[in-house]
Write a protein that binds this ligand. Structure first.
Ligand code: IPE
Ligand code: IPE
Ligand code: MG
Length: 233
């Protein structure tokens, strides 16, 4: 496989429906989804994907029942505790994108630790979009640019796509080539709005916990047959 997408975004959707179909609580679906992430991570890393951004919790997911949010946060915390050991052999690096200040102190500390201990990894970057919203990200970039103008660092006319782009969470990552959404939904739900400008899309009816390496391979093979013109002919 050549022409591997450098940066893949995945909206890890369908955990709840996966669980419901099995007569399980939604939290069991989230656990199965987290387990699946490990498998897909290994697969993408082995293919030479540079960055994998996965949507784990949106700025809108606070609208869910508290018990479900608590279960998701607990799952996330437990995952963060395993990162140091798991990522070491794989040479992977962890990055979190989103407003982490709204998360508990315990989780914030675990994030800092996990990012720090994996920072020298030169394999794939797993970028977890957490309390992430594409609109919030753009608003944040606009605000920071406005502050730069106010402090005299730049003039308004200096603000261009590159300038604003540097304030996006993904500024250190390659352009997003491919966005995948399993579970049958065909919308972005506020994921990577800025970065999606020229990304290719792949949808699948399979719920995330069942989205396997073969499905990922199919998405990548399809991506490789796309004609990406970027506005040209
Ligand atoms: C995605 O699965 C996980 C999160 C949003 C945290 P869902 O929980 O949205 O699963 P469905 O869409 O209800 O099946
Ligand atoms: C998007 O899924 C967010 C994540 C997968 C983390 P949702 O299930 O929250 O999106 P909607 O509500 O169906 O648009
Ligand atoms: Mg959903």
């Amino acid at each position: 496989m050549s022409n591997i997408p450098k940066h893949i975004g995945v909206i890890m959707d369908g955990n709840g429906r996966w669980a419901k179909r099995r007569g399980l609580p939604r939290s069991a679906g989230h656990k199965a989804g987290a387990d699946n992430l490990e498998k897909i991570c290994d697969y993408c890393n082995s293919l030479g994907v540079k960055a994998l951004t996965v949507y784990a919790f949106s700025t809108e997911n606070w609208n869910r029942p508290k018990a479900e949010i608590d279960a998701l946060m607990e799952l996330l915390y437990n995952y963060l505790l395993t990162v140091e050991e798991k990522f070491r052999n794989r040479n992977m690096k962890l990055q979190i994108s989103g407003d982490v200040t709204a998360l508990s102190e315990k989780i914030q500390k675990a994030i800092v630790h996990a990012e720090e201990v994996t920072s020298s990894g030169d394999g794939m970057i797993l970028n977890i979009a957490l309390n992430y919203g594409g609109r919030a990200e753009i608003v944040n970039a606009a605000r920071k640019s406005a502050e730069d103008v106010k402090s005299g660092k730049i003039r308004p006319e200096d603000i261009d796509e590159d300038y604003l782009g540097r304030y996006m969470y993904t500024s250190n990552l390659p352009e997003v080539d491919l966005i995948i959404r399993p579970s049958g939904e065909k919308r972005l739900s506020n994921f990577l709005l800025w970065q999606a400008a020229y990304a290719e899309f792949w949808y699948s009816d399979i719920c995330w916990p069942d989205f396997g390496n073969d499905d990922m391979k199919q998405a990548i093979l399809d991506y490789q047959n796309r004609d990406r013109r970027f506005g040209g002919v």
